[in-house]
Design a protein around this ligand. Structure first.
Ligand code: 6CS
Length: 344
């Protein structure tokens, strides 16, 4: 608590010299950038690289302190810290903002994006539905998503074999907090429980929950494979993260500094795509070769993948009718963008 309070105070009375428009004229800036992951993992390494590039571009005038996950509370606490300006920048997962930004739950819909992670990243880079319409929805809550990027396709890990929807019947599945993620698992008959990943290893070990979803690098780096017997290569969804900034703070930056933030955000899209790809490939090999904690890798047959797709479809209708505040317009636009990127 004290630590968080001191962050708030330093943000209010800090030495940041913000003035909208104009130039920074050699002033110095000290920002806080919080992530939901720890050293070595994609989000943290992203923020460190971002900080390094900003320092170089600004001739040392912009200093960004990067925070690992854990020190500032849960993922949901971090969302609040960005909103109240205690931190200026955050890597944020829409999976933790669903109770507030209803539309952001679009990312909870299974089998919406193409199976190709590369095509998915191209859509995330160029989508007007996401970069304009969804961005506006976040801005209503003081959060500006400057970019969306994938941390890789998500897979299921479990203590019993999951290969078809009926295997999820009454299955205790851990999810992030957005209600539509829970709904997506209820559509398969599962019994989902939201929790922070900080509690997940113990919960899997004790059987409080029996499975979870994540990109492979995260499953390996957080050692979930140690306490799970199976990993189903479901690629049912992509893990999407957002580079976010506090809206008022961002708008108040001098033009030259804000331009550097925008340029760096753009450059980082390629960097992070390569980073997640490498980490996911390396961890898949490590998990496959881990003799001490063996994991059975389960491939979905085409028939069973189709069954999952059919079971997931009604959740899209639910999103349109009960979640979206704009009658599903953002989803409709995104769907068209996805179809055109996938050549449909
Ligand atoms: O499962 C989670 O909640 C965590 N997974 C990733 C890939 N990043 C951070 C997030 O909190």
């Amino acid at each position: 608590m004290l630590f968080v309070l001191s962050l708030v105070l330093s943000a209010c009375g800090g030495n940041d010299e913000s003035s909208s428009g104009g130039s920074s004229d050699g002033k110095t800036y000290n920002w806080k950038f919080v992530t939901e992951e720890v050293k070595g993992q994609v989000q943290y390494e992203y923020a460190q690289e971002f900080a390094k590039r900003m320092k170089e571009k600004s001739d040392g005038n912009v200093n960004i302190q990067v925070y690992e996950f854990g020190g500032l509370g849960s993922e949901v606490d971090q969302v609040e810290q960005l909103q109240n300006g205690a931190v200026q920048m955050a890597v944020m997962s829409p999976g933790f903002t669903g109770n507030m930004v209803k539309e952001g739950q679009i990312f909870a819909l299974h089998f919406l994006f193409p199976e190709s992670v590369k095509t998915t990243q191209e859509i995330l880079n160029t989508s007007e539905a996401l970069n304009t319409d969804l961005r506006n929805k976040y801005e209503e809550h003081s959060i500006t998503p400057l970019s969306y990027w994938t941390e890789g396709a998500m897979q299921w890990t479990s203590s019993k074999k999951i290969e078809k929807p009926s295997d999820f019947e009454n299955f205790k599945m851990r999810t992030q907090t957005s209600p539509l993620i829970l709904r997506s698992y209820k559509a398969y008959g599962a019994d989902p429980t939201p929790m922070s990943w900080s509690e997940l290893y113990t919960a899997l070990d004790r059987g409080t929950v029996e499975g979870e979803e994540n990109p492979i690098f995260f499953i390996g780096d957080a050692s979930f494979n140690e306490v799970q017997d199976y990993m189903t290569l479901s690629s049912h969804n992509n893990y999407v993260a957002m580079t976010t900034v506090n809206n008022d703070w961002y708008e108040s930056l001098p033009d030259d500094i804000r331009g550097m933030v925008d340029d760096t955000t753009k450059e980082m899209q390629d960097w992070v795509f390569k980073e997640q790809k490498q980490q996911n490939e390396d961890w898949l090999k490590k998990i496959k070769n881990d003799k001490e904690n063996p994991t059975e890798i389960v491939e979905l047959t085409d028939e069973n993948r189709e069954k999952f797709k059919q079971a997931a479809k009604p959740v899209r209708d639910y999103y349109r009718s009960d979640v979206s505040t704009v009658d599903g317009k953002i989803l409709d636009k995104l769907q068209k963008e996805i179809d055109s990127a996938s050549g449909e």
